[in-house]
Design a protein. Structure first.
Lengths: 462, 427
């Protein structure tokens, strides 16, 4: 920071009375201090007649910039890469792996890319709101083709940069049109949610979600906290496969959540990052969103194709706003565009085209559904094997059934920070410190080893 | 009284519950959200697309067209695509691919032998094309210089104002274009630089100024650089057209090299949208020169922190393409040739249009059409004249009279000249 820089300088120099208490780094007073610094090799020796010019170009004005804190999730993968142990296991980032623990490019994606390569399409700018074909299929995937919100044109859909980018657009919309309104986020939630709302200057608070006693949902706490929040708050909900816990409300619980949200005039804001990955069925995984829409509520939904189409690095997603009228939807869409233009002008084409090709083509879409079932199926199998291994090996009779009840890529093991560290330090199992493991990174072959590690960490470390 | 109150409350509650349980939405949250003004540049394209006239010409957005008026995918890009097809899967851009892109990008602007590249004395990150790079810098600027402002030239790309405003950095302006001469208002520019408070942040177009096409001469750049040193200003460059101004990448980076020689620690937003024709892939780079490698690491971490909350990571496809092309000597040479072809076609169209207007007996001076450089010609046409061109001749450009010369072809240049002559022949 500039102030840090100034204080550093003032510490090094005696106060100059003629300076009226303000330090100007460009002034000759600083010359003594700064001449001792390493000479700038670019500096020509010609004189400009003023010392301050020679000095000014030596010092960066970003002197005071400190290291940003490392990202807790991505940092896990980095640490994993640096580990030389043969036993190491990466259960950090939620990226799908095959049984051989290899990344997986979906067949439908390969086919779509080949089609695109053959067609040799141009690389012109997309409109600010994104590829029309993509926006159409993404809305239909989420709400179901023929859903009234689509038929009545009450839906504003704008392509975004995966889940993060779509959430950020929504956050900016909230900040602009609901200044002071809070977003309620689950405790715990995906780590980046807080960063997004912080940077967008949207205040947030937490509602109870995870109950460590039951390793399940603290439903009463959740309802209570949503009720207690100021009217007109935004409630961030995970559409399915809650990240990081893997704990989803039941259909009955979703109804009650919708009740209390309506009662308090809150607005529901869904983050749907795992449609298809929770149950294996794309439609079933969208049922929470569809339930709310069917009640005639206005809502926000951020979507991501990172996991379910394996398009992590292409950054493809969307923000959807269900409004009460077609006119409102048109206005909201125009404002989302206005937010996107000074952020990145228009969104990237490649991922959008892939999704449009896969979801828009009946044959490819069916093939995708099959691949989706395979991926979700593998995770279910791994959960079962892990549960079986834990139950067999654990002599203390702990109930491990939460592993089967939880859904999606992640499992909240209930391991504490210290225990999670033991997993890494002793067993070379990489996971986040909140006790979250990514089952997508687990193979059947490694379940027994993982069970040993978990039991050891759980019972022998406190 | 008590019963009445209870009855009223019951009625209210029932009505409320009933109201809320109907299928029509009870709450209209977005009532107060008005229609956003249309983006001045994008809306030109929209209007063009809905026009059914066979004679229509789009001189709006700065996207290159070939002489048949078609978008171009460069051969080096097609070759790049073939090369990366079926490449190993990437979950997020791998560190080696990112740093390759950044390294090759900064070499383009700063020169491949620049000391501070070798010594790692710069913070470089990929960005979502030029817009993303500018926005990233604007956010970084506000974070570490919360009281600072940004000085933007008059005129500048319209989105510059939006970018810094949305990053909550107030904008100021400095004189740049001289409407009378249709050239640079150098004296006023230098005055504004001098009168700005010391240590101000300035945005500069290093070549092919958008929208005017008016660039300072080499000597003028040197004077600007010297004055920047006196004032300790921070020079931020938006390099969106490297290669498009003169056809030569190094020549187009001359302004930046001058600032480097003078020891400025600059920042630069780079775009590969135009010069590699990768518009929709959103590939760019933000670099900030630093005092030392340690600071570079710190700054890079802060930039990545900002992007993490905006979009997490940039889209990989475009990055792969650019880094493949720039690190393959054959592809890079091919690219340079194709860049020259594009720049030359635009030069030719400028001359042809100017000649055509002269032949038609235009009373106006059209020297600026060939004096100005890059994709755009700041024609000097008034909004009324622009409107006439649109309504009567189906020729589209932004209301400031900015014409994208990339939209001019051998087959439409006569029609265009005639139309311009029609709306300007009476002055």
């Amino acid at each position: 920071m500039a102030s840090t820089m100034l204080s550093l300088v003032s510490a090094a120099l005696p106060l100059q009375e003629n300076h009226k208490g303000k330090m100007n780094l460009g002034s000759s007073d600083c010359s003594t201090f700064l001449r001792k610094e390493k000479r700038n090799p670019f500096m020509k020796t010609k004189s400009f007649g003023r010392i301050n010019m020679a000095i000014a170009v030596n010092t960066s004005r970003f002197e005071g910039v400190t290291m940003a804190p490392p990202d807790p999730i991505l940092g896990v993968s980095e640490a994993f890469r640096a580990d030389n142990s043969l036993m190491k296991l990466n259960l950090g980032v939620g990226a799908y792996r095959t049984e051989e623990l290899q990344p997986y490019v979906l067949n439908v994606v390969k086919k779509a890319e080949n089609l695109m390569l053959e067609r040799g399409e141009n690389k012109e700018y997309l409109p600010i709101e994104g590829l029309a074909a993509f926006n159409k299929v993404t809305a239909e995937l989420l709400f179901g083709a023929g859903n009234p919100v689509i038929e009545q044109q009450r839906l504003a859909t704008v392509q975004g940069l995966s889940g993060t980018g779509s959430l950020r657009l929504a956050a900016a919309l909230i900040e602009r049109y609901f200044p002071g309104a809070k977003v309620l986020i689950s405790s715990p939630t995906w780590g980046n949610h807080k960063n997004i709302f912080n940077d967008a200057r949207v205040p947030w608070s937490e509602y109870r979600y995870y109950d460590p006693k039951t390793v399940g949902l603290d439903f009463d706490g959740m309802i209570s906290d949503i009720k207690a929040a100021p009217e007109g708050s935004f409630v961030l909900l995970h559409g399915c496969a809650h990240n990081p816990t893997g704990i989803d409300p039941t259909p009955e619980q979703w109804e009650k959540i919708a009740d209390v949200i309506q009662e308090k005039n809150h607005i529901p804001f869904f983050d749907v990052a795992y449609q298809g990955f929770a149950s294996g069925s794309l439609d079933a995984d969208a049922s929470s969103v569809r339930l709310f829409a069917a009640r005639g509520m206005e809502l926000l939904v951020a979507q991501s194709y990172s996991k379910n189409l394996g398009l992590y690095a292409e950054r493809i997603g969307a923000i959807n706003v269900v409004c009460s009228s077609a006119d409102a939807a048109a206005r909201v869409k125009s404002q989302l565009k206005r937010i996107a233009r000074p952020m990145y002008s228009n969104p990237p084409i490649h991922g959008a085209r892939i999704v449009a090709n896969v979801v828009g083509d009946p044959a490819l879409f069916n093939e995708w559904k099959e691949e989706m079932e395979l991926m979700a199926g593998r995770i279910k199998n791994v959960r079962q094997k892990l549960f079986d291994s834990l139950s067999a090996k654990d002599k203390c009779g702990k109930d491990w059934s939460f592993i089967l009840k939880q859904i999606g890529m992640f499992s909240f093991t209930g391991l504490s920070k210290v225990q999670s560290e033991n997993m890494t330090n002793k067993w070379h199992v990489y996971m986040t410190k909140d006790g979250r493991i990514s089952l997508a990174g687990l193979s059947l072959a490694k379940c027994e080893y993982l069970a040993d590690a978990i039991i050891d960490s759980f019972h022998c470390v406190s | 009284m008590q019963r009445t109150r209870m009855m009223i409350k019951w009625t209210h509650d029932t009505v409320r519950r009933r109201f809320m349980s109907t299928s029509a939405a009870a709450i209209d949250w977005w009532n107060h959200v008005g229609h956003a003004p249309k983006d001045p540049i994008m809306s030109v394209t929209e209007a063009f697309l809905s026009d059914t006239s066979p004679n229509k010409i789009n001189l709006g957005v700065g996207a290159y067209r070939d002489d048949d008026g078609r978008p171009v995918v460069l051969q080096c890009v097609r070759d790049g695509e073939a090369k990366i097809a079926g490449t190993g899967f990437l979950e997020s851009v791998s560190a080696s691919v990112s740093s390759k892109l950044v390294e090759e990008s900064v070499k383009l602007i700063y020169g491949k032998d620049a000391d501070f590249i070798k010594e790692g004395r710069f913070a470089g990150v990929q960005a979502l094309s030029g817009t993303g790079a500018c926005r990233l810098f604007a956010e970084f600027q506000r974070r570490f210089y919360p009281q600072s402002k940004i000085y933007l030239p008059i005129p500048t790309w319209s989105n510059h104002h939006n970018i810094w405003r949305d990053a909550q950095v107030p904008g100021r302006t400095f004189h740049y274009y001289h409407p009378d001469s249709k050239g640079l208002h150098f004296a006023a520019l230098m005055d504004d630089i001098k009168n700005a408070p010391d240590r101000s942040f300035f945005l500069l177009h290093p070549c092919a100024h958008n929208p005017t096409g008016v660039d300072p001469t080499e000597e003028q750049w040197r004077d600007i650089s010297n004055l920047f040193k006196v004032k300790n200003h921070f020079p931020f460059f938006d390099m969106a057209y490297q290669g498009f101004a003169s056809g030569d990448l190094d020549k187009d980076a001359k302004a930046m090299r001058i600032f480097l020689e003078d020891g400025h620690l600059i920042g630069c937003a780079q775009s590969f949208a135009k010069n590699m024709g990768l518009y929709g892939h959103r590939v760019g780079c933000l670099s900030v020169l630093c005092a030392d490698a340690k600071q570079a690491v710190a700054i890079k971490s802060q930039l990545q922190h900002i992007t993490r909350a905006m979009y997490s990571s940039p889209p990989v496809h475009g990055i792969l393409l650019v880094s493949t092309i720039l690190s393959d000597p054959h592809l890079k040479e091919l690219w340079k040739k194709e860049l020259k072809v594009m720049a030359n076609r635009i030069h030719r169209m400028r001359s042809t249009l100017r000649e055509s207007l002269k032949k038609l007996g235009s009373p106006l001076n059209w020297d600026h059409m060939t004096n100005q450089v890059g994709m755009f010609c700041f024609s000097g046409l008034s909004p009324d004249q622009v409107n006439r061109l649109m309504k009567e001749f189906h020729i589209y450009m932004t209301y400031d009279g900015r014409m994208s010369m990339a939209g001019v072809t051998t087959s439409n240049v006569s029609y265009l000249a005639n139309a311009i002559h029609e709306v300007t022949k009476f002055g």
